[in-house]
Design a binder for this molecule. Structure first.
Ligand code: NAP
Length: 303
């Protein structure tokens, strides 16, 4: 199938372009971006022009930040295209529900991707936890925003979600592997004095689940989730790519490079089956934290 990538920035170039190139299912037929482009691929700078001039491209994958994404997704659905959304799928829950209804009314596929769910060890963790009870779980998601979002001020603007941008990756794994859902009961959010979104967050959920997100981590980066159960301890490390059971390696692969190929394979299946996959569970926890969380002001942040 022909596909267009829209919003040619960091994640499009790092992950989407190589995943599409490596897939037998997909042909990158166009890009739409005000400044970015991909060598040897027809490039548009305006989305409406692309939609009008390329009716031969039935699928679009939207890689821009969450705030502008709704308008692009709605235009694509109105023009009869299947749509794949980067995470988090929108700036608000309501706009994604609206897209879901639009896609359903038109018989089109809408896929709210959560790339971390495709990490190498997530399916194994889900299977291991399925027949037990999680008595405690803890997320440690500490990374350096300057390394992963260099100069990207949008993450600190309203709708950019701050540390919940990477934190939603952890929450996407948590909501996928837990045998029973949990909900947030308390949170503390650290806002830099010059910014609109939190740079760190501590969250408490029902079921003994806690989370520690921090974007100020220099040196070693940590993307771990640990689970205590009556049958033993399970840990997911490296963003869900590596699994340990009772402290011993139990599988996975220490690379993130399998996640986007798996997303594009899933999109192929959804279109073939005429289905959508819209899951807002991770974003509900983010919205709840922004609703219920206590705000603390911390040192100003500059890239
Ligand atoms: P980015 O490089 O800052 O932005 C991607 C592209 O979106 C930009 O190059 C820009 O292209 C376009 N864009 C930006 N603002 C826009 C606007 N107001 N209207 C229309 N287009 C706009 O961001 P990114 O890091 O790729 O992240 C994009 C999405 O991918 C986010 O939702 C993020 O959570 C997700 N993601 C990022 C990473 C990562 O490591 N960075 C990893 C996984 C997922 P033009 O200016 O050329 O139009």
């Amino acid at each position: 199938m022909k596909i267009a990538l829209v919003g040619i920035g960091k994640i499009a170039l790092d992950q989407h372009v190589p995943a599409i190139a490596a897939s037998p299912d997909w042909e990158l037929a166009a890009t739409v971006s005000r400044s970015g482009r991909v060598a040897d691929v027809p490039a548009f700078t305006d989305f409406d022009t692309f939609l009008a001039e390329r009716p031969d491209v039935p699928v679009v994958s939207l890689c821009m930040p969450p705030v502008p994404r709704y308008a692009y997704a709605a235009a694509a659905l109105r023009a009869g295209r299947h749509v794949m959304l980067e995470k988090p799928p929108g700036a608000t829950l309501a706009e994604v529900y609206d897209l879901q209804a639009m896609a359903a009314a038109r018989g089109l596929t809408l896929y709210t991707t959560w790339h971390s769910r495709m990490a190498h060890a997530v399916a194994a963790a889900k299977a291991w936890l399925a027949d037990t009870t999680v008595t405690q779980a803890h997320i440690t998601w500490r990374e350096d925003v300057r390394k992963w979002h260099p100069g990207q001020d949008w993450v600190f603007e309203p709708g950019g979600m701050g540390v919940f941008d990477p934190g939603s990756n952890a929450l996407s794994i948590l909501t996928h592997v837990l045998p029973r859902p949990v909900h947030l009961t308390a949170a503390t959010l650290d806002f830099p004095s010059n910014r609109q979104t939190p740079i760190a967050a501590q969250m408490t959920f029902t079921g003994g689940v806690t989370a520690d997100f921090d974007w100020r981590q220099t040196g070693p980066q940590t993307w771990d989730i640990t689970f205590d159960t009556p049958k033993g301890a399970l840990a997911l490390r490296m963003g869900g790519n590596v699994i340990e059971v009772n402290g011993k390696p139990a599988g996975g692969e220490n690379t993130i490079m399998g996640e986007y190929p798996a997303l594009y394979a899933a999109m192929t299946d959804l279109i073939r089956q005429g289905r959508s996959d819209v899951d807002l569970a991770p974003m509900i926890h983010v919205a709840d934290a922004l609703t219920l969380g206590a705000r603390r002001e911390v040192e100003a942040f500059h890239f």
